[in-house]
Design a protein around this ligand. Structure first.
Ligand SMILES: *[C@@H]1O[C@H](CO)[C@@H](O)[C@H](O)[C@H]1NC(C)=O
Ligand SMILES: *[C@@H]1O[C@H](CO)[C@@H](O)[C@H](O)[C@H]1NC(C)=O
Ligand SMILES: *[C@@H]1O[C@H](CO)[C@@H](O)[C@H](O)[C@H]1NC(C)=O
Ligand SMILES: *[C@@H]1O[C@H](CO)[C@@H](O)[C@H](O)[C@H]1NC(C)=O
Ligand SMILES: *[C@@H]1O[C@H](CO)[C@@H](O)[C@H](O)[C@H]1NC(C)=O
Ligand SMILES: *[C@@H]1O[C@H](CO)[C@@H](O)[C@H](O)[C@H]1NC(C)=O
Length: 370
């Protein structure tokens, strides 16, 4: 388990209690098998970057973190997130939030830039999140620091062998419905999703220019069937239904994204990608929770209102009252929009070692090993 992976640096070597992970870089060359993990995106992947600035989009209070860490870390879940499991499977330490104070040494294993609430578009929750372009700026700074620390050759090799994992887009489609903004009305679905794809493309191409080659882009979730969106539908008068208006955006996103990745693969020499199908697995988990050992796939463990669809978990947001379930392992969703650790583990296992029919040309294990 990641929690046992405790690293110490002795005589120039990183030692973990399980195996000699990788060497320190004070005058040493990185091992050939050294791999780093860089993470971009939203609350599904944010390990606590939002703790470090003034925003309403936070999860740094109990009961977030209750299962694994036993204290709130800023993760929007009871425990570990998908990138935490991926780091574990890749035999890396947990990748801390980029904004957590630390020195350049930590970046040898990668960095996590994800920010709860963020989207690919700069308008999405502007001022309350680190948008994708800013996350890219942070990554460029990290790559500069690595060059200074390791020298050009070693830094280039680290960057080109690293895996770049994204969770982005969901907030771009949710945000306009939350705020009644007019974006979806002034553009066609294809155009709006096209803008999201356009901005993702720019970021990927910039990372590629810096030297990144291996990208992981899970498909977008069934956004219409989260406890949060079910509640919206109920307010509109329909019982036990998913929130249909957002569905076309999700469908178009999941149609355009694999096409984009294929195009990037044919345009950019050495570009490799994984496209883990989170959508199908989550749909299964929502509709047939008991097949996977869950009792509840629709109602969240923590929150208030119908489906516990009000994002009040912890009582530190607009609504102070909330309910917390007794046994979180029975639930697919921890709060109104985020899965439990148990569900995150299933998603991570799929992404790590799924068959090509559910991960695209590479699964993450193959990307790390390539
Ligand atoms: C944080 O932002 C809110 C809303 O913009 C503002 O009222 C508050 O004073 C800010 N807090 C700090 C510590 O800057
Ligand atoms: C990158 O580093 C430069 C120089 O330290 C700094 O001025 C800039 O604000 C940083 N950019 C980001 C996005 O952090
Ligand atoms: C959005 O608009 C609808 C209809 O105009 C209105 O009933 C609803 O309260 C609005 N929601 C928000 C969050 O402003
Ligand atoms: C990126 O998003 C902005 C809106 O934030 C949009 O105006 C722009 O056209 C998009 N860029 C591309 C290349 O699609
Ligand atoms: C919690 O639920 C799981 C799955 O149903 C079950 O195996 C476990 O025994 C329960 N734990 C407690 C403390 O009830
Ligand atoms: C993927 O392929 C495996 C065997 O290679 C098969 O068992 C599984 O049902 C397939 N999954 C899907 C979603 O087609």
């Amino acid at each position: 388990m990641a929690k046992l992976n405790f690293f110490i640096c002795l005589f120039g070597f990183w030692i973990s209690f399980f195996d000699i992970q990788t060497e320190c870089f004070h005058g040493h060359r990185l091992l050939k098998r050294h791999r780093a993990l860089f993470i971009f995106g939203d609350s599904q992947f944010d390990p606590g970057n939002n703790n470090y600035f003034n925003t309403t989009s936070k999860a740094d209070f109990w009961p977030y973190g209750e299962t694994f860490f036993h204290y709130p870390t800023g993760r929007f879940s009871d425990g570990l997130l998908v990138p935490d499991f991926i780091a574990e499977y890749a035999k890396l330490p947990l990748i801390p939030p980029y904004l957590q104070p630390g020195d350049v040494d930590q970046f040898i294993f990668g960095a996590n830039f994800a920010s709860g609430g963020a989207g690919a578009l700069k308008e999405t929750r502007a001022g309350l999140v680190i948008d994708l372009k800013t996350q890219l700026g942070y990554f460029k700074n990290v790559s500069r620091l690595l060059r200074q620390k390791l020298g050009d050759e070693e830094a280039e090799s680290l960057v080109s062998r690293a895996v770049y994992l994204f969770s982005i887009g969901g907030n771009d489609y949710l945000f306009p419905f939350e705020t009644n903004s007019s974006i979806p009305c002034t553009f066609s679905v294809e155009q709006f999703v096209g803008q999201v794809m356009g901005n993702i493309t720019q970021v990927v191409k910039e990372i590629y220019k810096v030297g990144g080659r291996k990208f992981g882009f899970p498909s977008l979730w069934p956004l219409e069937c989260l406890p949060f969106t079910r509640r919206l539908e109920l307010e509109g008068g329909k019982k036990d239904a998913c929130f249909e208006p957002i569905k076309p955006y999700k469908e178009e996103h999941n149609k355009q994204l694999p096409k984009l990745l294929q195009k990037l693969q044919s345009d950019l020499k050495g570009f490799k990608y994984s496209f883990p199908d989170f959508h199908t697995l989550l749909k299964q988990l929502i509709n047939h929770p008991s097949k996977y050992g869950f009792k509840e796939g629709k109602v969240a463990c923590c929150g208030s209102g119908p489906y516990k669809g009000i994002l009040s978990c912890g009582g530190k947001r607009d609504v102070a009252e909330y309910y917390l379930c007794d046994n979180v392992t029975e639930y697919l969703f921890f709060d109104s929009a985020h899965p439990t650790e148990r569900a995150n583990r299933l998603l991570a296992q799929l992404a790590w070692s799924g068959e090509p029919n559910i991960t695209g040309p590479y699964n993450l294990k193959a990307l790390f090993e390539s």
